[in-house]
Ligand binder design. Structure first.
Ligand code: ATP
Length: 330
């Protein structure tokens, strides 16, 4: 198992998660490798060789966030890693949590985001045509669109989910989003038992806020998937909670939806739940089912009790106090 603590709040939530996973009794051998803004600057590699070597060896990683410089600087490490390992599916389950007070606590939210993870406006192909005129290429291919659609529908079939909603803006981007949509429709035909719907991304955003309980599986190209993930996280209590998995043919890297949260880094108050729940997904992937259930149940017990939660959830507990409570609840 490769452990990439990242930077910002990454090392804090990663240390907490390792403690919690080890306390379940799962036999995980952690191979820790540094992946941070500092190491990228030093090695001048978007993903240092040591990270790739370790992941090639272990095939499975647990990753904290890595800061991406805004409007300049090096390429996003997160994007580079997903491309290098061809982690084509970004899967993000978003569920209401008992004990967490939100504006939406009367509805039960249980949706899963399937975000295409390798192309779209994340191609990084930007160009200054002349001074003050730039273009940014949105790349959509049939191969990647069919692949993410199949992954989402296959998941729906094998996990008893009822509906897939493809989200797009094909009324404006007729070619690019049109191709994404055609691929989704084509794949949907092979899954007649799964209801298939389409929504334009602006309308989808409103529907998610008005009627979040009506959504099941969401299928999105890369950029809409990114934005809608944070929106969906906001429905259930924020970025401190929502986990994720980056899945490829041969590798899997589990990481929270949130970024490096520089505003709270080093203060000992980051919520490690999102990375802990990413570790639950990782344990399931490794077929360590008993440990996964144990960790998930312990996290839920701490929230149901409500006394030891971090400031983002309205509590006063530190990262360490929350982690102690999770371990005590096992
Ligand atoms: P990125 O672009 O790298 O995904 P971002 O701009 O979305 O990052 P985040 O770093 O995810 O920003 O943080 C957004 C807000 O959410 C910040 O105010 C941060 O404090 C809060 N936040 C994110 N993760 C956590 C967490 N684990 N615990 C508490 N607060 C968090």
């Amino acid at each position: 198992m490769t452990l990439l603590p990242g930077d910002g709040i990454g090392p804090e939530v990663a240390a907490a998660t390792v403690r919690a996973v080890d306390a379940t009794g799962a036999r995980i051998h952690w191979h820790e490798v540094e992946l941070s803004g500092a190491v990228i600057e030093r090695t001048r590699q978007s993903v240092p060789d040591e990270v790739l070597r370790s992941l090639d060896d272990t095939k499975v990683g647990l990753k904290g966030p890595v800061t991406t410089p805004v409007a300049g600087g090096f390429q996003s490490v997160n994007v580079a890693l997903r491309k290098k390992l061809d982690l084509f599916a970004n899967v993000r389950p978003v569920r209401s949590f008992p004990g967490i007070h939100t504006r939406f606590e009367d509805v039960k939210i249980d949706l899963i985001i399937f975000r295409e993870n390798t192309e779209d406006l994340y191609s990084g192909l930007e160009h200054e045509v002349v001074t003050d005129v730039v273009t940014s290429l949105k790349v959509i291919t049939r191969t990647a669109s069919i692949r993410i659609a199949r992954y989402a529908f296959h998941y729906a079939r094998t996990h008893g989910r009822r509906k897939v909603t493809a989200i797009h803006k094909a009324n404006i981007m007729k070619l690019a989003d049109g191709l994404f949509l055609r691929c989704a429709r084509e794949v949907a035909q092979d899954y007649p038992e799964i209801e298939y719907k389409e929504l334009i991304v602006d309308n989808a955003s409103m529907q998610l806020v008005m009627r979040p309980e009506t959504f099941d599986i969401l299928l999105l190209p890369n950029l809409y998937g990114d934005i809608v993930s944070d929106l969906a996280a906001g429905l259930v209590g924020g970025l401190g909670l929502v986990p994720g998995a980056n899945m490829g043919q041969s590798h899997a890297v589990f990481e929270a939806v949130h970024g490096s949260a520089p505003d709270i880094a080093g203060k000992g108050v980051a919520n490690p739940t999102a990375l802990m729940q990413s570790a639950v997904l990782m344990l399931r992937h490794l077929d360590e089912r008993a440990s996964a259930d144990k960790l998930q149940a312990a996290i839920e017990r701490v929230y149901a009790d409500g006394k030891t939660v971090t400031p983002d959830i309205g509590g006063r507990a530190s990262t360490t106090q929350f982690t102690d409570a999770v371990i005590a609840a096992m």
